[in-house]
Write a protein that binds this ligand. Sequence first.
Ligand SMILES: Cc1ncc(C[n+]2csc(CCOP(=O)(O)OP(=O)(O)O)c2C)c(N)n1
Ligand SMILES: [Mg+2]
Length: 425
Amino acid sequence: MAALRALRWRRRLPGLVPRRLRGTAESPEERPQFPGASAAFSDHLEFIQPQVLAGIPVYRVMDRQGQVLRASEDPQLPKEEVLKLYRTMTLLNTMDRILYESQRQGRISFYMTNYGEEGTHVGSAAALDPNDLVFGQYREAGVLLYRGYPLELFMAQCYGNARDPGKGRQMPVHYGCAERHFVTISSPLATQIPQAVGAAYAIKRADASRAVVCYFGEGAASEGDAHAGFNFAATLECPIVFFCRNNGYAISTPTAEQYRGDGIAARGPGYGLLSIRVDGNDVFAVFNATREARRRAVAENQPFLIEAMTYRIGHHSTSDDSSAYRSVDEVNYWDKQDHPISRLRLFLERRAWWDERQERDWRKSSRKMVLEAFEQAEREPKPPPRLLFSDVYREMPPRLRRQREELERHLETYGEHYPLQHFQK
Ligand SMILES: Cc1ncc(C[n+]2csc(CCOP(=O)(O)OP(=O)(O)O)c2C)c(N)n1
Ligand SMILES: [Mg+2]
């Protein structure tokens, strides 16, 4: 037993015991021998203050005027890459406006905008390898857009039409794309977190140089699954980047009611995760943090936690009216004075990489692209109703087959009461 304790002691503290501890109450024999902590004894009764980790700084590269604060932090991306960031962020914004409006007009059932969070999506997506596996929550459409997912397929999913890879069986915004390594969104909060860790563990065991990136909101971080995921990732030493979009709200719950600690980054050290807080409205800060976390996650098989501070400018979803719980002034501040798109545009203009005319042309042409995709999605028929029953089991169980036959009989008899002309046979 004594030998075992001595072994543990040596493993935990390689090297020598500091001279000042030798022969004192803190000598190895006197140090705590508990397997669960490596610490010294204390003779002061003192509770650790929750604020001990308060005020984790917000890493940024640019100020609000788009000026790089320290040259060494400039990621020095080539002009074309920075323009790609800008075009993706603005294209996402345009797609959001059109799909939001189309829900208001009753053309699709539901939608969630990404307004104000474009910097977190695009900055992080640009820092990843295209093969890295992404698990999203639901407000990360910009990651998929950056990876080249076509507008037509975003629209097909929201319309649930015959071109939707999910065959119209999911609510809008539940995108997924195997070729682009983007795992299909599912609504129950935080379920993606332990799944992402499992995938990262499998990747580590397969010795592949890939990372997993797992996005979630600060509200989802309160779920038990977040705890399970963080702890498994740390103990199994998985190559994963946890990316928290802290946008100030979980539907109507503001962060002041969501947690009492210093946000999500402060939890990282408790789990043994390397953690950082960044300005999510600074696309370069997001890029730098994600690139470094991703590089080290793969090189060292270590999990990282990034908390990107941002603001949800839109309502939570089309089922929400945020004027019931926040002021117009608050929203206006983020929309007009601290917006990731405006900040990147100011950066571009300082470099003379973009001007008013390019902006006008791009707004016009991108809107046209989105509208064309939108009109095409609307023209497309819906998938055949019988597909409702497929793809769950390799062989359809008898009870599902019976239900499908029942539906078919029902539609034969009462079909005139349904808009079957819009569905494929
Ligand atoms: C397990 C579970 N509980 C509750 C909900 C309902 N719900 C959907 S989104 C949401 C808020 C999530 O907030 P956050 O994680 O901060 O993400 P954000 O919407 O701000 O991007 C809630 C409570 C859900 N989908 N799943
Ligand atoms: Mg949130």
